[in-house]
Design a protein around this ligand. Structure first.
Ligand SMILES: Nc1nc2c(ncn2[C@@H]2O[C@H](COP(=O)(O)OP(=O)(O)O)[C@@H](O)[C@H]2O)c(=O)[nH]1
Ligand SMILES: [Mg+2]
Length: 448
């Protein structure tokens, strides 16, 4: 469903995320491409506008957290806004009523109501440990009631026996009685759809709704129909007030626009999605997971999140001050290494980046030992405070002591000292140039 959009986003972000700095013009250009990609994916114009409007000030005013690039931060901003547009968090199905709790499925013909009724019953049985009664009110389409009852039988879900020529409202009354008698917790009503929005359908739904007083009036919408699905949802919302939406055919090759627009256009949460014809192909709709899928940048997002959580602001300040005063010590270096370790070490950092296979290969080529952080930490810990503050004093005999303390050989200790020297030089240059964002990536380079 989201492949096209994902590919577009990957293209847009591939240059952005590496850039060490971005100016407003570059951000604007990125946003223009994002907007275009959204519209091509059939996202409703007001939704695309809203997204861009919300992303822009955050993308430009974004404070860059150490160990991320501006591009990575922007990906996180875009991600957050897409999650918001999709509905922030998942809202659970509402079963809070005196049993039998009634749920009502509505939607156009062929949108997947009957299939979804059975899927939902199975889901509620598994997750809420509640038994459902499936009831078809579709007296118009030949064999529609049979279709639901066969599905029920196949999947061991109770169904209401069919009585020929009964009107929908009478079937609904019979269902309420049957449920009370048999002690069923939930009734799922599968209503009749039409090929298009139609007044008599809406009136029938209203009538059944006032009889059954459902906790949920759920629109089943075919995501493959894109904008049409969104328009249909708006009509239903106006006429019968929906409480939630289930998107079907998310497994299909639609362009994703319906999924992205639905919540914003109807102010109604998407609670589930159908991902195939089989009964178990039914998932809770989690906005953040969907946003991850759409962006194809989940790894960058978690990298930024981790960086935000893990970095100790105070230590960063201290490092920054040391840098400015030119007194960056082994102590500070140790802090840097520990920050990296917190983020899961080099492997942790790298494995969160997209295109990691490429990086891994480069790593292999460069012979980076993932244990190097640990070894370097051990070396620094074996130094005296004096040595840490002024590594120049580390002579041959001191090296021997450090070696026996850390288990590292002299060559490794020499390498660390050389790296440290290179790094302090480089950092001095960087801080003079006013560029204060690249420390961990540079440590990464220095570790090669
Ligand atoms: N691939 C796919 N097919 C689905 C999904 N949901 C329903 N269908 C199929 O869509 C067709 C129409 O579904 P049905 O439940 O009869 O729609 P109704 O007319 O609204 O009751 C059937 O062939 C279903 O198997 C889905 O999530 N993915
Ligand atoms: Mg049906």
């Amino acid at each position: 469903m989201f492949e096209n959009l994902t590919n577009k986003f990957e293209e847009i972000f591939s240059s952005l995320k590496k850039a060490p700095s971005l100016d407003e013009a570059q951000v604007d250009e990125g946003l223009r491409k994002i907007r275009q990609a959204l519209l091509e994916a059939d996202v409703a114009l007001p939704v695309a506008k809203e997204l861009i409007k919300n992303i822009k000030p955050k993308a430009i005013g974004q404070e860059i957290i150490r160990s991320t690039t501006p591009g990575q931060m922007i990906i996180k901003v875009v991600f957050d806004e897409i999650v918001k547009i999709l509905g922030d968090t998942n809202s659970e199905i509402n079963l809070n009523a005196v049993p039998p709790v009634c749920l009502m499925l509505v939607g156009l013909q062929g949108s997947g109501k009957t299939t979804t009724a059975a899927k939902l019953a199975k889901y509620i049985e598994k997750n809420n440990k509640k038994k459902s009664l499936l009831v078809s009110l579709d007296v118009y389409r030949p064999a529609a009631q049979e279709q639901l009852n066969i599905l029920g039988e196949k999947n061991s879900i109770q169904t209401l026996p069919i009585v020929k020529d009964q009107l929908p409202i009478d079937i609904a009354k019979r269902a309420l009685n049957a449920a009370s008698l048999s002690g069923v917790d939930t009734i799922i009503f599968d209503t009749a759809g039409r090929t298009q929005i139609d007044l008599s359908m809406m009136n029938e739904i209203k009538e059944i709704k006032s009889l059954t007083n459902p906790t949920e009036t759920i629109l089943v919408a075919d995501s493959l129909t894109g904008q049409v699905a969104v328009n249909v949802a708006q009509e239903f919302k106006k006429a019968v007030d929906l409480s939630s939406i289930i998107l079907t055919r998310v497994d299909g090759d639609g362009r994703g626009g319906a999924a992205l627009s639905m919540k914003f256009a109807t102010n109604t949460p998407i609670k589930f999605m159908g991902t195939g014809e089989k009964i178990e192909q039914f998932d809770v709709f989690y906005p953040d997971r969907i946003a991850n899928r759409i962006l194809g940048m989940g790894d960058v997002v978690s990298l930024v999140e981790k960086a935000t959580q893990d970095l100790d602001e105070e230590k960063i300040k201290k490092t920054e001050e040391s840098l400015k005063s030119g007194s960056f010590s082994m102590e500070d270096y140790l802090n840097q290494l520990r920050q990296m370790k917190k983020m899961g070490g080099m492997e942790g950092v790298l494995s969160m980046l997209p295109g990691v296979s490429k990086i891994k290969k480069q790593m292999d080529n460069a012979n980076i030992d993932e244990n190097i952080i640990k070894i370097n930490e051990a070396i620094i810990l074996s130094m005296t405070k004096e040595e840490r503050l002024d590594p120049k004093i580390i002579n041959g005999s001191r090296k021997k002591r450090i070696s026996s303390g850390s288990g590292a050989d002299t060559a490794t200790i020499n390498k660390l000292l050389k790296q440290f020297k290179m790094m302090t030089n480089m950092m001095k240059k960087m801080s003079k140039g006013g560029h204060k964002d690249g420390i961990p990536p540079d440590i990464l380079n220095q570790l090669k």
